[in-house]
Design a binder for this molecule. Structure first.
Ligand code: MSP
Length: 522
């Protein structure tokens, strides 16, 4: 099956923090899991480059906005690559070859549908949200998201007839339970629409860094009208008419934060309806990462970035951050970051958990059998651990995918719990069977049977863990010599059942493995 996964595209006026990273890591986990299942995944991310804020940041940097954006792109990509985000495509909305023509074609369809008109407008505008607010949207006169006083703006704008689509949107949401996930976001969006929608302005004339509106070159497109269309610009369509036959679009999941779910579940589908185009299958609104319960913001000076972690722990920081963020909560719920919590989790689950187990088993195979294991059949009935490994796969399928009949949340934390239960079961098995005693007693056959089973468990673990901590998993794969059988990136679901260790002798590659050294707490 073809699957199109998209994240929100990031504003480029500041570099990613662990909140924006949470989204990309969550999306990457879904992408890696789907690839493992054999799906053809197109995973797209990128930067949202047009806005007054970006124009200001470029001015402050003394650069023309396009140059500023082009210089920000590699900085973003370097961070995403270090975090092992396996995106296939990185887009920029200032791309004049791919994006501008799609925005023009889209606008033309909406305009021909009679959904664009001009009027004078005044209202509160929060530049950080790039959104107009009414008095009732504000909290003590401040924008709820940024705790900043919005500017009072008065201008002639082009408007999109959003109100016209109220009923159609509600009908679509009701008829498609998997359209907005998790379910609580669906309820929020539906009750927001029921309170009544207002038409929204799609152009600005107060700044110039944007795509000029064809009807009136003194205006540029409002950043959301421009940004949302990024999801179509890189699909390689000859014309937007081809969207209905596009296999990726049939299975598109937009992954976005809860603050922008409304843009994706109201404005975007209404724009698509107006343009006569098919709607996305799913919009997933994930929760926010807070810092000790507080919103991260530059003004509060409490922003933690992936670079803070990667610079402190260059060898394992990426996997550690991925694990920590995914282990905390359901993807739809909010999570929290604290340095203490991060180190505690790391030591308990990565250093003492998978790290210790992988090096322990590797050491025993070298010590007792010179790094070799003999072929053994693996059947559930024979070995409880094989039954448990198969069970983990069942949990991954439940927790990392959307059930068509009962779509709810994506629960990476539950998937990880299942994997870590398996790790504890292996640890307990080793303690129970005490291979060191068998070696002492010269019970060669029993020992051989146990060691092959343990190596098989590590093989399965590195497949499961590859979704979450890909760097460490790849290192285990290589150290255990499994790459002689298959490249880590080529593993597909059946490979975890069909073990090479059941058929032929196998030799480990490396003598030692130190994936996750303990962090000393002073
Ligand atoms: N440019 C828009 C999105 C346009 S999509 C067509 C935007 N950019 S952003 O840089 O502000 O945010 C990018 C993504 O990161 C959004 O989905 C946003 O919800 C998410 N997050 C920003 N802060 C976050 C946390 N603290 N926690 C989790 N996600 C957060 O919005």
């Amino acid at each position: 099956m073809k699957i199109f996964l998209t994240t929100a595209i990031d504003y480029v006026n500041s570099l990613p923090h662990i909140g924006t990273a949470y989204e990309k890591i969550g999306a990457d986990v879904i992408a890696r899991f789907r690839r493992l299942c054999g799906d053809e995944v197109l995973f797209q991310m990128g930067n949202d480059e047009h806005s007054a804020n970006v124009q200001k940041a470029a001015e402050a940097a003394g650069l023309p906005p396009k140059k500023y954006c082009d210089e920000m792109r590699p900085k973003f990509e370097a961070i995403w690559k270090k975090l092992h985000i396996s995106y296939d495509r990185f887009i920029q909305t200032s791309d004049q070859n791919k994006h501008y023509p799609t925005v023009y074609e889209f606008f033309d369809r909406v305009n021909k549908a009679g959904d664009i008109y001009q009027k004078d407008y005044e209202g509160w505008y929060c530049e950080s949200c790039e959104a107009f607010y009414t008095e009732k949207d504000l909290e003590n006169g401040l924008c709820k998201n940024h705790q900043k006083k919005p500017a009072w703006i008065k201008e002639k704008n082009y408007f999109f007839k959003l109100k016209k689509y109220e009923k159609a949107l509600l009908n679509h949401i009701e008829a498609n339970p998997g359209f907005i996930l998790p379910a609580k976001r669906k309820n929020e969006v539906a009750s927001f629409i029921k309170q009544g929608l207002e038409d929204f302005s799609i152009s600005r004339s107060t700044f110039t860094w944007g795509i000029p509106v064809p009807l009136d070159k003194t205006h540029v497109f409002y950043v959301w009208f421009d940004a949302l269309i990024n999801y179509l610009s890189w699909l390689g369509l000859k014309s937007l008419d081809d969207l209905k036959d596009n296999e990726y679009w049939k299975n598109v999941m937009h992954i976005v934060g809860k603050d922008i779910t409304r843009f994706h579940c109201i404005i975007w589908p209404a724009m698509l309806m107006s343009a006569g185009l098919p709607l996305p299958k799913t919009v997933f609104g994930h929760g926010f990462v807070y810092l000790r319960g507080e919103k991260m913001s530059k003004s509060l000076g409490n922003v933690v970035t992936p670079l803070d972690i990667l610079e402190k722990y260059p060898d394992f920081g990426a996997d550690a951050l991925r694990y920590y963020l995914m282990r905390g909560s359901s993807f739809g719920d909010d999570g929290d970051f604290t340095w203490d919590g991060f180190i505690e989790r790391y030591n308990a689950d990565l250093a003492n958990g998978i790290g210790n187990l992988a090096s322990r088993i590797l050491g025993m195979v070298w010590r007792y059998q010179g790094g070799s294991v003999s072929p053994r059949p693996f059947e559930e009935s024979q070995e409880d651990l094989i039954f448990k490994a198969n069970e983990v796969w069942e949990y991954l399928k439940i927790d990392l995918s959307i059930d068509e009949k009962d779509p709810t949340d994506i629960r990476p934390h539950r998937a990880l719990e299942a994997i870590w239960r398996f790790i504890s079961a292996i640890d307990q098995y080793i303690d129970r069977r005490a291979p060191w005693q068998l070696a002492k007693d010269k019970k060669v056959d029993d020992l051989s049977q146990i060691l092959t089973l343990l190596v098989e468990c590590v093989r399965r673990l590195s497949i499961f863990c590859g979704i979450f901590v890909p760097d460490a998993s790849k290192k285990i794969w290589r150290a255990y010599g499994f790459d002689k059988w298959k490249n880590f990136s080529d593993i597909r679901a059946p490979d975890q059942f069909d073990s090479p260790l059941s058929k032929m002798p196998h030799k480990l590659t490396e003598l030692k493995l130190n994936l996750f050294p303990r962090i000393q707490v002073i």
